[in-house]
Design a protein around this ligand. Structure first.
Ligand SMILES: [Zn+2]
Length: 292
């Protein structure tokens, strides 16, 4: 466990799995006057003047609104409204939500991340992947069931490896052309079927930067809600510092020293590069590397 707690992790809600299939218990929670509903605008959170997530009572939403049970806190149910919108546009990270993430506290960020991933999943799983029939909300929003073949579908999480290659006391960071000027971060890629985490790290490093990993160490993980990844952060020793950059994936990649990484993480104006944002696991990973 890294001492640098990544963003979107450490949420305090009890997910109360044992209640999800108990419709009477869910109905009672919904009628409890202490119950709270997360306030969103589209998929972006609304904030209180203090910069926390804004909540309203169940009486403020439509009586027949579909509510997902996010979890319990001191026995008080926390819900989010699920809107079944047939033609919803694909979701992207809006500049607004990126701004919100810089002020949300860790617990609120974790609650919001889980809610957002769930809402996104519902929007993309309105039909059964097995028979094409319409699906309906199931288990207090933690699943969907096909109305034709009764197959149950559950929210998916996609594993992604994110890694720093290490050689002779320096770390490899790269940048994509779409990123803010000067921003460099850890390399990353989706796991493929049939791979271990370590194999995926080695494959991605070779594909993107042409370096061969000899040893891969797991550091920490982070749920990432755009839309629903699990980031697996690793450090990989590599054989050589000679790079062969895949320009379809990366605009550039550079080797940086611990002092250069420390300066970037500290936001030093003279730093060699702009660090990833503090809520991204790449930030936690680079911080870990400076102390390893
Ligand atoms: Zn079906």
């Amino acid at each position: 466990m890294t001492p640098h707690q990544p963003g979107f992790s450490g949420g305090m809600l009890d997910r109360a799995d044992h209640l999800r299939a108990d419709e009477a218990a869910i109905a009672a929670l919904r009628q409890d006057p202490r119950a709270r509903v997360l306030m969103l605008e589209g998929f972006d959170p609304l904030l209180t003047p203090q910069g926390g997530l804004a909540w309203c009572g169940v009486d403020a939403v439509e009586p027949d609104a579909s509510l997902i049970l996010l979890g319990l806190l001191q026995g008080c149910a926390h819900f989010v409204v699920l809107h079944e919108q047939p033609n919803e546009a694909p979701l992207f990270r809006s500049p607004r939500v990126m701004g919100v993430l810089s002020v949300l506290g860790p617990d609120d960020m974790a609650i919001y991340g889980a809610a957002r991933s769930l809402l996104d999943w519902h929007g993309r799983h309105r039909f059964c992947g097995r028979c094409g029939g319409a699906t309906q909300v199931h288990k207090a929003g933690w699943g969907r069931r096909c109305s034709v073949c009764a197959t149950e579908h559950f929210p998916r999480v996609d594993p992604v490896v994110i890694m720093v290659a290490e050689h002779a006391g320096r770390a490899l960071v790269g940048r994509q052309a779409s990123w803010p000027p000067g921003r460099y971060s850890a390399l990353a890629g989706f796991l493929e079927p049939g791979e271990t985490m370590e194999e995926a790290v080695a494959r991605e490093l070779f594909e993107e930067a042409g370096v061969r990993a000899t040893r891969v160490r797991y550091v920490t993980s982070q749920p990432w809600p755009f839309p629903a990844q699990l980031m697996l952060a690793c450090v990989a020793q590599v054989q050589s510092d000679v790079l062969c950059i895949a320009t379809n994936e990366l605009e550039d990649a550079i080797w940086v020293s611990r002092d250069e990484v420390r300066a970037a993480l500290a936001g030093d104006k003279n730093a060699r590069f702009l660090a990833p944002p503090v809520y991204a696991v790449a930030h936690s990973l680079l911080k870990h590397w400076t102390t390893a």
